[in-house]
Design a protein around this ligand. Structure first.
Ligand SMILES: Nc1ncnc2c1ncn2[C@@H]1O[C@H](COP(=O)(O)OP(=O)(O)O)[C@@H](O)[C@H]1O
Length: 279
């Protein structure tokens, strides 16, 4: 791990200063001390954010949309693992056994993959990041905290009952790489919990015949991933909550309802306007 840490430390992507964010919308269940001023797009360095949330919650979807909006890379450790799996060599074989059982890859391997990705991005002039799927363990959180300042940790939430269906409905176009979801979610409101309905996110006709399902999105493996996530996420949430960096966000529904509310919670609802005014 010492070698891995040194690799990560050598990356200046890990050494930006800190900044503050804001969220006051009603669906943000625990407003934190990081709440403050609206983002001033003209002055500040690029964001260094983390997205937490159960498998299937939509971390990839929202992290990727925000990364396009803010012009920072969306770095999903699950994608790094899948790239490593697709390559030939001993690492691929080692990873496939772990991933296909829904287990977590070792901290050392994942930190190494992430360090390499950050270094490659740095060489291309990238700055800032939205991390999706990292950290997953306290060791990973401590390594990250040791080498950089994370500004904000967004914890996306959906009722447990819809997560398996969302994972089983995931599809990716193997040509354009875009993600879709064929699941129809219609959860009745009960015991004070709001109803949730989500329309499927269907692919355009040209992607229809090229859809693939992730090998680890079978019911058995999804359930194992959810169980492992639930076992490991609490200390992480506590860690970031105690630092005043955790923003809990209960998704109110599918993308059409959730995206504007998320932008509002992040105080980014007028971001595009301000950015063009500053240009
Ligand atoms: N930070 C991490 N630590 C350990 N293993 C990871 C990490 N990120 C991804 N993985 C591995 O890659 C798999 C796929 O990750 P991801 O695409 O984030 O899936 P999920 O839908 O479970 O959130 C995980 O089940 C795990 O084996």
């Amino acid at each position: 791990m010492a070698r891995v840490l040194r690799v990560a430390r050598s990356s200046s992507l890990f050494s930006f200063g800190s900044r503050s964010y804001s969220a006051e919308a009603s669906h943000v269940s625990s407003p934190s001390p990081f709440l403050g001023a609206r983002r001033d797009v003209t002055k500040e360095r690029n964001v260094q954010w983390v997205f937490l949330g159960c498998p299937g919650v939509g971390k990839g979807t929202y992290a990727s949309r925000l990364s396009s909006l803010l012009g920072v890379p969306h770095i999903a450790t699950g994608d790094l693992v899948r790239d490593a799996l697709a390559s030939s060599g001993p690492l691929s074989q080692q990873l496939s056994e772990i991933v296909n059982q829904g287990k977590l890859v070792s901290d050392e391997i994942i930190v190494n993959l992430l360090s390499k990705r950050l270094e490659a991005g740095e060489a291309k002039g990238e700055s800032g990041f939205i991390l999706d799927g990292f950290p997953r363990t306290m060791t990973q959180a401590e390594i990250l905290g040791d080498v950089t300042d994370i500004d904000l940790v967004v914890n996306l939430k959906l009722p447990e009952e819809v997560l398996v269906d969302k994972c089983l409905g995931r599809r990716t176009c193997n040509q354009c790489g875009k993600g879709f979801n064929i699941a129809h979610i219609n959860l009745k409101g009960e015991n004070g919990k709001p109803a949730i309905s989500m329309d499927p996110l269907l692919p355009p006709p040209q992607c229809m015949s090229k859809l693939v399902t992730r090998a680890d999105d079978t019911e058995e493996v999804v359930k194992a991933r959810l169980r492992i996530y639930n076992e490991t996420s609490q200390p992480l949430e506590e860690y970031y909550r105690s630092k005043g960096k955790l923003m809990e966000f209960d998704l109110p529904g599918g993308i059409p309802e959730s995206w504007p509310r998320l932008l509002e919670a992040l105080r980014l609802d007028d971001y595009e306007e301000k950015q063009s005014a500053a240009a």
